[in-house]
Design a protein around this ligand. Sequence first.
Ligand SMILES: [Zn+2]
Length: 155
Amino acid sequence: MFELDIEMLKEQGLQIMDTAKKTAIDIADKGKNQLELLNQQARLSKSQRQLGALVYSLHKAGEENQPLVDKYIEAIAEIEKNIEEIKAHMTPAERAEAEAAEAETVEAETEPEAADEEPIEEEADRPRGETKICPVCHSEVDAEALFCNHCGAQL
Ligand SMILES: [Zn+2]
């Protein structure tokens, strides 16, 4: 009985390993374009979030920093251009798959009913300590910031 269980476990273990291997191969097989698109889309949403946080904190402090806001807007425009270029190089099938995935993401993001309250909740829930140090002016900045809030250096 005991031996049988061992055999079963071994077999299951092998199956799990096979599945993991297969998943790794699937990911590797995914078009380079699709991975790059996902990468750029992640950068886009990160930049948009950073711009939103920047505008909000400037507004709250009654300050203005148009050059820094412009830098974010330029960076976002650049990423959007990259995304368009990647999509232009995709096969129709790849593009359809990517757009389906995009629609799913948007749906998931907009799903909660009280959309107005969401950013405030997110802000409060965010764990403290997600920061990094600007290499130019040594200010503490958000870990996801594209530019330093203090000196505007690209991070
Ligand atoms: Zn700085």
